[in-house]
Design a protein around this ligand. Structure first.
Ligand code: NAP
Length: 229
């Protein structure tokens, strides 16, 4: 168990990649805070971790609401004393031609994928600066190259890399911030957007990479984008 005594918040961990990340990190002995909007998903992930001998709690919250984010961070500190690792995984997808995209759709993607990452970094960094920490922002291969029909999603994932690089230069050296950019992953989001295609990665592979980054964070530079194909 390589992450004993570490406390880790995983956003969007009720299902999809986040659920696998939370379970994988739970097996390394970390205290896990599972968070998203759907309570029954959160309860399920949390029970799965605890049934395997892990230590997880869930706190319901919407990443687009600053008060919810503050509540998750404050209650994590109340329960476990600190936040060592934040995995900003919650995300929303959209596959549409740019000119068919409604303003509300643009706003929703930007709110979840960019504002959510911003709020969590904003409220976790001051907490981490007293004792150190690691932030892993889940961007995407779509954050490295523009993909037709994913223009707004790509814009949001490029923005995650911008937030990562800029904030990494703002924080003290004891807080490391990286972006992880996976190729397509076999989850509900991928199946909904690309029902006719096969994904490149399994969610377990992304979870393994996140665990490797947590355990061997010295191998990565702050501000770095780590590609996973
Ligand atoms: N699947 C892929 O091919 C792929 C590839 C590269 C990167 N990614 C990225 O990986 C991350 C996870 O994707 P996924 O495929 O696992 O998606 P998913 O299966 O749709 O799961 C998304 C998770 O995010 C949560 N979420 C969505 N909106 C939220 C909000 N406003 N507040 C809090 N939680 C919210 C969802 O829970 P609730 O709806 O209950 O809140 C759910 O737990 C995303 O950032 C995605 O962009 C995915």
């Amino acid at each position: 168990m390589k992450l004993e005594n570490k406390t880790i918040i995983v956003t969007g961990s009720g299902r999809g990649i986040g659920r696998y990340i939370a379970k994988r990190l739970g097996r390394e002995g970390a205290n896990i805070v599972v968070t998203a909007r759907t309570e029954e998903d959160l309860e399920k992930t949390c029970n799965e971790i605890n049934d395997e001998g892990g230590n997880a709690i869930f706190i319901k919250g919407d990443v687009t609401r600053e008060d919810d984010v503050k509540n998750v961070v404050n209650n994590t500190i109340k329960k476990f004393g600190k936040v060592d690792v934040l995995v900003n995984n919650a995300g929303a997808g959209l596959r549409k031609y740019l000119w068919e995209t409604k303003a509300e759709e643009f706003e929703e993607i930007m709110d979840v994928n960019v504002k959510g990452v911003f709020f969590y970094m904003k409220h976790v960094i001051p907490e981490m600066e007293s004792h150190g920490g690691l932030i892993i922002n889940i961007s995407s291969g779509a954050g490295k190259a523009g993909i037709p029909t994913l223009s707004v999603y790509c814009a949001s994932k490029f923005a995650v890399i911008g937030l990562t690089e800029a904030a990494a230069g703002e924080v003290g050296r004891i807080v490391k911030i990286v972006a992880l950019c996976p190729a397509s992953v076999d989850t509900g989001m991928f199946k909904r957007l690309f029902p006719e295609e096969k994904a490149d990665l399994k969610p377990e592979e992304v979870a393994q990479k996140v665990a490797d980054i947590c355990v061997h964070s010295e191998m990565y530079n702050s501000g770095q984008s780590i590609e996973l194909y």
